[in-house]
Structure formats: C-alpha cells, structure tokens
Design a protein around this ligand. Sequence first.
Ligand code: NFK
Length: 332
Amino acid sequence: MESRHMQRKLNYGRHDPLQSVVVEPCEDQKNGYWIIYIHGGAWRDPRITAESFETTKSVLQANYNLPIAGFASLNYRLSASVKFPQDKNTTPAEEYRKAKHPDHIRDVEAALAFLQNTYNFGQRYILVGHSCGATLAFQAVMGAIAGHREQVSDQGTNDCDVQTEPVSSSPEPLPPRLSAHPAAIIGVAGIYDLRAIVKSHRDIVEYRQFVEGAFGADETLWDAVSPAQMVGSRGVEGGWKTGRLAVLVHSDDDELVEKAQLEAMREVLRAWEAREAQIEKQELSSGERRARVVPISGGHDDAWKQGQELARAIATAFAELSKMGLCPESAA
Ligand SMILES: N[C@@H](CC(=O)c1ccccc1NC=O)C(=O)O
C-alpha cells in the first residue's frame, strides 16, 4: 500500500486519553468523503478501541478504489464495566472509566468538530458506527440530542426545545459546534432502541447492566436517547436536515444484537426519507434521500474483526451515493 498516507493519533480533549482520534488523510482524494468510524463495545469494553477499524481500513485500501478523502476512527470516554474493574486508589484519575451519558455523545461531537476544524470537509463525510457506535452515530443527528447545534447554511429553524439529558458529570465545557452533519450514516449491528434490547434479553443481566452503566436506570431517558424511539423534531427525522443516505447493516448470524433493532430503525427512517434534504443553493442535485438495508454475514464482532463484510457495506454506500449523483469519480 502507498506509504505516503500517514496515520496519526490526535487528542481532541484534555481529560482522558480516550479523547483521541486515529486519522489518516488521503492526499490524492481531496474531493472524496471522509470515513469516520465509531467503535462499539457496549459503551464500556476497554478492549474495543479506535484501532478496531484497522482491518476494515486495510481491506478498503487494498480491494476497493473509492473516493475516500481520509479515514478517522474515534475513541470516546467509556463507562465502568463489572467485567473490567479498576481500583480507584491505584488507577490514574484520567484512566478511571466513569463516563455517563451525555459524556459519550459529547465526546463524539467534540471529535467531529475537531476533525472538521482540522480538515475542513464540511458535510462530505460518512459516519460509520458499529453496535453502540451506531447508536452514537444516529444520536449525533437527533434533534433532541444534537440537532439544535447544527448550523444549517440557510438558517434552519430551531424547533427543538427540550433538553433530554441529565447534567453532565464531565468537567468539560460543551464541545465546539458541529458545523455540518454527515451526508451518510452507516449503522452496523446497531442498537437503536435501548428499552427493547434490554427487554428482549431480560434473562441476561449483562444487557441491563451496560445500558444502566451508560445511561442510568431511568427508562424514560432511554427512550429519549434511542434513535428508533424519537420521531419528529426530536428524532433523526427532524435533526438530520441535510442527510442524504442511511444504510442499516445487519447479519443474521449476529449473536448479540437482534434484527428487530434494525427493523425499528428502518421504520423511523421512513419519515426521514419522505422529507426532502435541505441542500446548499449552489448544489445541483435534488433533495432525494435514501435509506437502505444491507445484509452481511458473520457474528457480531466479525464485522470489524474480519473487515471484509464491513468494507463491502461501505462500498455499497458509495455505490448508492454515486447513483444519487453525490459521488465524485475516484482519482487514479
Ligand atoms: N464485550 C461487551 C459486550 C458488547 O459489546 C455487547 C453485548 C451485547 C450487545 C451489544 C454489545 N455491544 C455493543 O456495542 C461488553 O464488555 O459488555
């Protein structure tokens, strides 16, 4: 592979080493899209990090010729896990995992704003999220969570009034504003309805544990932050005004997240799809939107561990953008 593409790890926050991104700009594809990955691990698994995108990235670079302007993979602060206990007395404070909603999504927003300020790609990016990373990807464009922070070019109205989060325990100021939402989101093995996933696994304590670990025990908050639960101005429908393409990816071999999660998200995306995208005046395309389902094979974590199926899903998204007239020819 070409070696002039340099991979670097950059920090976007000062309170936790997990406030970092692994980036690799691709100098020869300036008109392409940035691929920005958000890893899974139930908001708490310290073994699953930004580096978990490496294999998929290598597959994309070796086997596809897509117009990709750069790769970024985000780390974000994690919640505590009973499976990986830490001793508060001996763990350096910045490494002690204690994040609670909205810390995770605020870190994702801060990372995206940091990348936008650094690389100036505007809306030309695709958010790819796996498992709880898919939750975070769609939360980043939900009206009730982040939509009021988007700056739409022609002064979109601010129709979001309610704050749906507890006061953050985080010492951080609010992250800089997200200047633009992604053109496309790819949700892989995603969790989109917290109440439903806990209920459908009520005999396995782990599910309630990781949801409470990240969001607390108040189930009305679970609904308010679930992309498949919020409709209208508080959901993806009202929040993701400039969005063009949503791709939902799932494997029937997935042993951890059931297909009902995808189906619930597919339903709320129907209302989003029916509305026209808000587009820049100089843009020549129509406001057409698409939501697509892409089946893959393999177990829950095989998507990123093996990389081939995730890479294929990403290539499918580029093919859709291309059909919509939203994709440049790839250079070389
Ligand atoms: N290894 C994980 C398990 C996990 O990631 C998970 C389990 C069930 C359903 C979804 C999961 N991950 C989603 O991000 C853990 O530490 O809990």
